[in-house]
Design a protein around this ligand. Structure first.
Ligand code: ADP
Ligand code: MG
Length: 449
């Protein structure tokens, strides 16, 4: 195992422990230099990183190294060559000084991460609508779906889809600007300071396709919202495509002006829900195909059963399994997966998946009371509601059949497995049922996002 492989295994673990932004900012740009009996030497981009990691994350890194490599090591940081960071973070770097042109004009192609293409995007029931809307916009920009507004929790593929639209546009010879609401704000402030408002306007007006990531950044920033409003109107009038990403639907952007929110709803609004077991398996299969080491189906299935909420965690888990398999000279089996993740499974359960939340959300969807779901009274429609509930309890909370039976007051678990079968087989042929389950799952996660 090379130092980099060992460090990758440590990073896989840290990715699951740390907040996404912290991981992306502080750990993603690091790489291993050397590893000997007592020291792990890590390259970082500059002295600031070295000091920050040393003060804030040394303990956690040390602990993780010890748990992954099985021995205590001293961690040292050294300034080294930086790995190219994600385009996203490079682009949000604030530039409030005045270079020759305050507003850097778009270099459309280099703004896009090369692997964020439609070809690399795994379509599953959690993202099928967002994917097809994105594809439609990419092929017919500025036409019916303008703007396209994509929302969903962190790490569910919004930026990936956004940039996939960009790649398709660039390939068709269109000009594309991928930006974030933060970059938009910085550009605007810089253009005021340096009297280059025209450059600013042209940067955001002229591209055929404008992709704006992380729109909630505008919340509470009235002047920038005003500017965004004008940018939006001018582009919309000229039938130039706008695509916006957000972690919440427009209506939940509470400190955004109403007129902006209503404009966001002019075109099409689509959500991406966290993947269910099948969705997670689809993604794991696709990602594992690119790994140097074969991961058998039973290991992938065992991983897919763990309720990771986003694709980043899923990717991290897969990397961790292959790294651990290598370290321990074992094949990456389902058993190894169970051993590695035994401890973190309960921690993954979030409030979104508590049984109470599920019953509450189902009740809201069908406009009945939670009590009516928990009691056995009622006719056929009540049965369907209870079946949908037990399906979600199983799917989202990984509850055992007998726990579900107790919770919903069934006689025994055979009634639960009957209900489960009904929903599972119904999902493959009944479009309405599919939409219902999809919508409740989506609400479940956006309600607590
Ligand atoms: P978001 O912007 O929603 O926070 P990203 O688009 O940054 O999420 O996705 C996080 C990671 O997961 C990226 O590496 C991305 O390529 C990957 N990813 C997300 N969804 C999918 C998918 N459906 N198929 C393949 N990879 C995905
Ligand atoms: Mg994103």
């Amino acid at each position: 195992m090379t130092p980099q492989e060992a460090w990758d295994a440590v990073l896989g673990e840290l990715q699951m422990q740390l907040h996404r932004e912290n991981f992306k900012k502080w750990l993603q740009p690091t790489r291993a230099i050397s590893l000997n009996d007592d020291t792990f030497l890590i390259a970082v981009p500059n002295t600031f990183y070295a000091a920050w990691l040393d003060q804030k994350w040394r303990y956690q890194i040390k602990k993780t190294v010890a748990s992954v490599l099985g021995r205590e090591l001293d961690i040292k940081f050294q300034i080294g060559q930086q790995q190219p960071g994600p385009a996203e973070s490079q682009m949000t770097a604030a530039r409030l000084d005045c270079p020759q042109t305050a507003v850097t004009l778009p270099a459309a192609v280099s703004n896009l991460v090369s692997r964020y293409t439609f070809g690399n995007f795994v379509v599953s029931n959690n993202n099928i609508l967002a994917h097809s809307a994105a594809l439609d916009v990419a092929q017919n920009p500025g036409q019916t779906n303008n703007p396209l507004f994509i929302y969903g929790g962190c790490g569910l593929g919004k930026t990936h889809l956004l940039q996939a639209i960009g790649h398709t546009g660039v390939a068709a010879g269109l000009s594309v600007l991928y930006s974030s609401a933060e970059q938009f704000t910085n550009d605007y402030v810089a253009s005021l300071r340096c009297h280059t408002v025209d450059d600013f306007r042209s940067k955001y007006q002229s591209p055929d396709i404008l992709l704006v990531d992380d729109i909630p950044f505008l919340c509470g920033k009235e002047r920038t919202q005003e500017t965004f409003f004008h940018t939006f109107n001018e582009r919309h009038n000229a039938s130039r495509q706008i695509v916006i990403c957000s972690d919440r639907p427009p209506k939940s952007l509470t400190s955004l002006e109403d007129r902006l929110i209503s404009r966001f709803e002019w075109g099409i609004v689509v959500g991406i829900a966290p993947p269910d077991v099948q969705g997670r398996l689809d993604i794991l299969k696709s990602k594992s195909a690119n790994l140097p080491i074969a991961v058998p189906d039973d290991a992938l299935k065992a991983l897919a059963r763990i309720p990771f909420r986003n694709i980043r965690e899923l990717e991290g888990s897969l990397n961790k399994v292959t790294a651990m398999a290598k370290l321990s000279h074992q094949a990456p089996t389902g058993e190894l997966v169970d051993n590695i993740f035994r401890d973190i499974r309960p921690a993954q359960k979030t409030e979104a998946r508590s049984p109470e939340k599920i019953v509450e959300q189902v009740a809201r969807y069908y406009d009945v009371t939670p009590q009516s779901i928990l009691s056995k009274k009622g006719g056929r429609s009540a049965n369907t509601i209870r079946h949908v509930t037990l399906y979600l309890l199983r799917e989202e909370c990984q509850m055992s059949l007998s726990d579900i039976s107790n919770y919903l007051g069934y006689k025994d678990h055979t009634s639960v497995s009957y209900g489960l079968n009904k929903i599972t087989s119904g999902l493959s042929r009944d479009q309405r049922l599919k939409e219902t389950v999809h919508k409740i799952t989506e609400d479940l996660h956006t309600a607590t996002a």
